[in-house]
Design a protein around this ligand. Structure first.
Ligand SMILES: Nc1nc2c(ncn2[C@@H]2O[C@H](COP(=O)(O)OP(=O)(O)OP(=O)(O)O)[C@@H](O)[C@H]2O)c(=O)[nH]1
Ligand SMILES: [Mg+2]
Length: 483
């Protein structure tokens, strides 16, 4: 612990009552969802020592936070400190003396006040659903005596904020600033605002805090870029996805054999699609530093993008009118009419939807899956050697790309709204959220439709990628702003 303190690095210690949400606040602010790094728990007294959490960018530590065990005997501590001051009002000198002399009787108070005595700023976390009792007033008093820059954070652990005004009144005179910070809900903007508040109370190290704010902004931009890249890869790979198998003459002659092969291919198709989905979600989770959220994707159990339910097709994707408009604008009128009549033809001549067998759509635990495009290679002619190739492709609905995109945007929202201070291991579900693509401006829908069409044909239009990239950046930004 010899280098636990540095005069060069602005430091802030998070203090408050046991179980007030101190560790959760830091975990959310610093994006730590790992209990091995920062322990968060419903068991009071979980944090037992002061723990340094450095904020590092480019191998340099810019700010240091300390998590602390929290006050245990503030009322008694007040008495001891007042005695030390005698007739005077206690101040920083008495706090320093208390830290030096009272470690045996007040281990927790001394631990948390140690950085304060050295010059750390204070983040005082309180739960405004609790009434302001004497013991809290004692904590406030001690922190005021320290003379250090101090920010009070109201972190409500329930919807009940009956005592918020009372808290604000008490804190207002003793703290430089009072802010709310919900450790379970705060997102990027709130995290930024908290750092900006630190800048306000601790001007001495303003340049270093500003550097962190700037670095955070740059990093956020980079994450968004990574996220769009992953999304584009996913869309392209999914729309291009086809699975194939060889059919010999017997397969062609015996319907049951053909159907078996077709079923197996369909299963393989959905399996591969699910893997692409997981890959994108895992990339996002990594980008946004989440370890507890899981990309829970499993087509057999209808998890993740559940194409098997009519509900999915109803709530996501474009509405019929928008689909018509996008198709028309993307393909010219003739193409649109063609696409509209039956989406299946967009793959070109030779596509024979469901021509092989009919009952193969329902094969996963009786789940009704959307019809996939099924075709045989080589038109109607036999290939030399007698074999044919069975090709199973994307769902026939022209809304497929839009449903895919919607399902991903909804889960993107799930990721960026998840606070790192939460410790429940949650699956990343599609949720009941409404369509986001339906809110897109029509030019964006047209542009994406064109690009989707090229991907569906297996020839992604590279010339459109820059525009598509920009359009998807906008889409993700809207997801971020809209929640
Ligand atoms: N609903 C809700 N629960 C919260 C919030 N903040 C903290 N909690 C919960 O409150 C409990 C205590 O949170 P911690 O962050 O461990 O509290 P602490 O102040 O560090 O506790 P000790 O280290 O034991 O003093 C945990 O179960 C948290 O999940 C919040 O904003 N909302
Ligand atoms: Mg703690």
């Amino acid at each position: 612990m010899s280098d636990w303190w540095s005069d060069q690095v602005p430091s802030f210690v998070v203090v408050g009552r046991v179980n007030a949400g101190k560790s959760s606040t830091l975990a959310t602010l610093l994006e730590v969802d790992d209990d091995d790094v920062l322990r968060v728990s419903a068991t009071p007294g979980e944090t037992t020592s002061v723990q340094a959490l450095p904020v590092i960018y480019d191998d340099e530590e810019w700010i240091r936070f300390f998590d602390s065990p929290g006050f245990q005997q503030p009322v008694e501590a007040v008495k001891v400190i007042e005695e030390m001051a005698g007739d005077r009002v206690p101040g920083p000198d008495e706090i320093r003396r208390f830290v030096e002399e009272c470690g045996d009787d007040f281990p927790d108070e001394v631990r948390l006040l140690e950085p304060v005595a050295r010059g750390a700023g204070i983040l005082y976390v309180v739960d405004p659903s609790k009434p302001v009792r004497d013991s809290f007033l004692a904590e406030i008093e001690i922190l005021r005596w320290s003379g250090r820059p101090r920010l009070a954070l109201l972190n409500a652990q329930s919807d009940d904020t009956t005592h918020e005004e009372e808290w604000r009144e008490r804190l207002g005179t003793a703290f430089n600033l009072v802010r709310t910070f919900d450790a379970h809900e705060a997102r990027y903007d709130e995290r930024r605002r908290l750092l900006e508040a630190l800048l306000q109370i601790e001007e001495r190290h303003g340049d270093r805090i500003e550097h962190v704010l700037k670095a955070m902004e740059v990093e956020w931009g980079q994450r968004q870029e990574e996220a769009v890249e992953a999304l584009m890869d996913f869309l392209e790979d999914s729309l291009k996805l086809r699975v194939t198998d060889g059919l010999d003459e017997r397969d062609l002659g015996v319907p049951a054999r053909r159907e078996r092969k077709e079923s197996a291919l369909m299963e393989e198709y959905y399996d591969k699609l699910a893997k692409l989905e997981s890959k994108c979600l895992d990339r996002w989770l990594k980008t946004y530093r989440h370890h507890l959220l899981e990309a829970d994707v499993d087509p057999v159990n209808h998890r993740g993008l559940d194409l098997a339910t009519a509900e999915t097709w109803k709530k996501w994707g474009l509405n019929r009118w928008q689909l018509t408009a996008a198709g028309a604008a993307a393909g010219g009128l003739a193409g649109a009419a063609f696409d509209l009549g039956v989406g299946v033809h967009s793959l070109g001549a030779g596509t024979v939807l469901g021509a092989l067998g009919g009952g193969t759509a329902a094969f996963l635990k009786g789940g009704q899956l959307p019809e996939l495009k099924v075709k045989l290679d080589g038109g109607m002619k036999w290939r030399s050697g007698g074999g044919r190739t069975l090709i199973v492709g994307p769902p026939a609905s022209p809304n497929f790309p839009w449903v895919l995109l919607d399902s991903m945007l909804v889960r993107y929202r799930g990721i960026i709204t998840r606070a790192h201070g939460r410790r429940d291991a949650a699956p990343l579900e599609g949720g009941d959220d409404d369509s986001l693509v339906r809110q897109f401006p029509s030019e964006r829908r047209t542009l994406l439709q064109k690009w989707f069409n090229s991907c569906l044909k297996g020839k992604p239009d590279r010339g459109k990628e820059t525009e598509v990239y920009a359009a998807l950046v906008e889409a993700l930004e809207e997801v971020e702003d809209g929640v």
